[in-house]
Design a protein around this ligand. Structure first.
Ligand code: B1N
Length: 793
């Protein structure tokens, strides 16, 4: 988009005057950020409107998701509009520090982790590819909590991104709808965010719903001076979109969570049907020809009975016809096989919250039972396993598969596990429904924006086509033996490490050495992701360095970033342990020139953008079979970090593309994990046999470390060493994989010193990251699931 610098300056000055009553010279960074954001919104208004009109007559894909983890918008929007350079020049002329203005924006953090960030990357790709697609979700007033450390423990603070409103959202009062629950109705008010494609005029939309009360104030109660109850209804309604549930990969099962799900699903479907009728009238025969709805995990799956309700009760369509449209409309993505994540609702709760939808869900369950008796006559066990309503619980994944025409996993290995294990019964019933869609990330945010130095080098070498076609990176292989290029890759990595070191000094007062290896594990805290394995290896290293200070060793900085679900006791204990080990090591003059441990506080998208480019090693060490895909692994790869990982999730495909010899793969495979489980794994074997391991494990309970009396270290120790009714000892194979992990770390420590060989491995990874663009993923969804085609403004 071409906007003259002079015009932009005038817009900013005008907005500062209108919104804040200030001249440019008096304005604070935050106010300038707002004024610039407003100017962007003004400049895109026509294209945004025209894109909406253009899509009306097309088949559209609607991405229903309880989470969108967008991060900051300013830098990304300016880059995608092609305005960043002009803005930076203008700010230079005006003596404004652009970076400070960018930093004034709060992250939009309406998600927990990978699932929410994937949704955000998908929106970027849809817009960039000129695909008629739209996101629907919830406008949580409070996103994922802010994390602080006190005594090494995580403390949660409310996140308040909407404290001063949001410059990127536009309220659309005319599109308000009513959502009705068993105990009353609320207003759903939509806010639209523009999703600006890179190098195109198309501007897509993310529509987020806010819950409001039908009545603002009970005047009767107010007049009786009962002020608390006078606003009670308002508060109860607004509670629905108040806060994001902070669980990643666990089911909450709470009434408010079900209300949130039904709230945004019902509002979105009403919106979709209304728009369809505007163009096609009451002819619903073509509904599925013009509408594709993707269900992002089971969180929006109540959409299946809800669309049935709308068709039958409101549009007067027969059950049979309604069902055939529904099946053709929906598709479902599964993101995890963890048992604790599988959503099941208690029938009593579900019936109370959505009574009519419950009746329809019963109807769907009955219909499925008939089908199962037909397909598997007499196979009572199988029929029971597959029932949607079973033992007073409603199984949302089964509802999703039955009501969708396509079901996908998020990496090749994950999809195979779905077909052969977790969803085997369903795969046997509907083999044609299942397919894989390996996740991806947007190179616009994760390379072009986060690592402009590497982006420039790449563009200098192979041109800039990679920005919208990441497979172009393959051309970088021509430089594998070009020492000048390899040297520049090393220099850029060093520059990003210096930038990160400065950031950590400024924000946490910690000094780290950019010449040390930066070994980074950033992801939600979960036992299956095995941050514990990482810190155990560090403790072992510390013990060894203490005994042998002159040991040949390349200095390493271990960097962690992770939030724990507030109710996840063990995860919070692991955070405390990492912080305690960090403190012990960092203050020990015997080792702290060689070893450092940093736990980055309040890890989030904007901080991730500084961490990925600075990493030498990408820690992807989940127990094989547990991580559905991972997407951080792809961001590291694209920025030239080598993967230290297990054969899990998309790691498998990463090393398939870049070569095992250019990464560091270790540990049990899925098959080996299964065999060990079947043959009875006893963690006492590695505990007693692996050198140094007993001392590490015992340090949890022998007084070396202290959990300050809450008993969490004891709990962790028992979870490793003792069987319990609900899990096997060391169910994530931390002790079993320890030695292989330690050896691989040792190998890295040596190979890192061969700088040119290391740089070549980096380049191999970068050059083969093309597959992991979300552009590729979205093209596959568009062609194989949604059947939508690009239409350019
Ligand atoms: O989804 C990501 C994957 O890359 C990760 O491997 C996977 O763990 C993640 C309930 C989840 N699976 N399930 C969730 C999130 C919130 C919630 O309330 C489950 N997140 C994933 C993208 O495919």
């Amino acid at each position: 988009m071409r906007v003259e610098k002079e015009v932009l300056r005038k817009q900013i000055e005008r907005n500062l005057k209108v919104s804040f009553g200030k001249e440019l010279e008096e304005a604070k960074d935050f106010e300038i950020y707002r004024a610039l954001g407003q100017a962007v919104m003004e400049n895109i208004a026509d294209n945004w409107y025209d894109t909406g009109k253009l899509y009306e007559k097309q088949k559209q894909a609607f991405y229903l998701s309880a989470e969108f983890l967008m991060g900051r918008a300013l830098g990304n929007n300016l880059i995608n509009l092609g305005m960043l350079k002009e803005v930076q020049e203008l700010f230079d002329e005006l003596g404004i520090d652009y970076n400070k203005v960018e930093d004034a924006e709060e992250d939009s953090a309406l998600g927990n982790g990978g699932l929410g960030r994937l949704a955000a990357c998908f929106l970027d790709s849809l817009a960039t590819l000129n695909l008629p697609g739209k996101g629907y979700g919830i406008r949580y007033r409070n996103g994922i909590f802010n994390q602080e450390f006190r005594d090494g423990y995580q403390i949660e603070k409310p996140e308040t991104w909407l404290k001063y409103g949001d410059v990127w959202s536009v309220m659309r009062p005319d599109d308000e709808v009513i959502v009705t629950f068993g105990d009353g109705s609320v207003r759903a008010v939509p806010y639209d965010m523009p999703i600006i494609g890179y190098g195109t005029n198309n501007i897509n939309t993310l529509r987020l719903w806010e819950a409001h009360s039908l009545v603002d104030l009970d005047l009767g109660k107010f007049n009786q001076q009962d002020y608390l109850h006078a606003t009670q209804q308002k508060t109860l309604a607004e509670d629905i979109s108040r806060v994001l549930y902070p669980n990643d990969s666990t089911d909450e099962g709470k009434k408010l969570r079900l209300k949130q799900q039904y709230f945004f699903v019902s509002a979105s479907l009403q919106d979709i049907v209304k728009r369809y009728k505007k163009v096609h009238g009451n002819d619903f025969d073509k509904f599925a020809e013009f509408t594709a709805i993707q269900l992002n995990d089971t969180h929006p799956v109540i959409a299946i009975p809800e669309l049935m309700r709308i068709f039958i009760d409101i549009e007067g369509i027969s059950w049979e016809k309604a069902w055939s449209i529904v099946e053709k409309t929906f598709a479902y993505t599964n993101h995890t096989i963890l048992a604790e994540a599988l959503e099941k609702w208690w029938v009593g709760l579900y019936e109370q919250v959505v009574p009519r939808v419950y009746q329809i869900t019963q109807g769907i369950d009955n219909q499925l039972r008939e089908l199962l008796e037909q397909k598997f006559p007499g196979d009572k066990a199988r029929q029971d396993r597959m029932r949607i309503i079973n033992g007073n619980m409603i199984h949302m994944a089964w509802l999703a598969i039955y009501g969708s025409h396509k079901v996908n996993g998020v990496a090749a290995l994950h999809t195979e596990i779905l077909k052969n294990k977790e969803l085997k019964d369903w795969y046997e019933l509907y083999p044609e429904k299942f397919l894989n869609k390996t996740n991806g990330i947007t190179q616009r945010r994760w390379l072009l924006q986060s690592n402009p130095q590497l982006a420039s080098l790449i563009t200098e070498l192979i041109g800039d086509a990679w920005i919208t076609d990441l497979s172009e990176l393959k051309k970088l292989e021509a430089y594998l033996d070009d020492e000048k290029v390899l040297k520049r890759i090393l220099d850029i990595k060093h520059e990003k490490k210096v930038e990160l070191a400065e950031f950590l000094k400024r924000t946490q007062g910690i000094e780290i050495n950019p010449d040390s290896i930066f070994d980074v594990q950033i992801k939600r805290l979960h036992e299956y992701k095995r941050q514990l394995l990482n810190i155990f290896q560090i403790i072992g290293l510390y013990n060894k360095l203490k005994l042998n200070p002159s040991m040949n060793f390349t200095p390493v900085t271990y960097i962690f970033g992770a939030k724990a679900a507030p109710g996840y006791f063990v995860a919070k204990g692991i955070i405390r342990l990492i912080n305690e080990v960090a403190q012990m090591i960092n203050k020990d003059p015997d080792v702290n020139s060689k070893l450092k441990v940093v736990f980055v506080e309040n890890y989030r998208v904007s901080v991730a953008q500084k961490l990925f480019p600075a990493a030498d090693i990408s820690e992807q060490i989940s127990t094989a079979g547990k991580e559905a895909s991972g997407t951080g692994n792809m961001k590291f790869m694209l920025n030239g970090a080598l993967t230290l990982g297990t054969m899990d999730g998309a790691n498998v495909e990463i090393v398939e593309e870049a070569g095992k010899e250019n990464n560091y793969i270790f540990g049990l495979t899925v098959k080996e994990v299964e065999e060990m489980r079947a043959n009875g794994y006893d963690p006492h074997v590695p505990y007693n046999c692996v050198e140094g391991l007993k001392k590490i494990v015992d340090s949890l309970v022998d007084g070396t470390f202290s959990d300050l009396g809450n008993g969490v270290y004891g709990t962790i120790h028992r979870s490793l060493m003792e069987n319990a009714p609900w899990h096997q000892a060391d169910q994530y194979f931390v002790l079993e994989d320890y030695e292989a992990y330690r050896r691989t770390q040792q190998l890295i420590n040596k190979e890192y010193t061969f700088r040119m060989d290391w740089a070549r491995k980096q380049l191999k990874n970068i050059a083969n990251a093309g597959k992991f663009s979300s552009d590729r993923t979205i093209k596959e969804y568009a062609e194989e699931i949604w059947n939508i085609t690009p239409v350019k403004l």
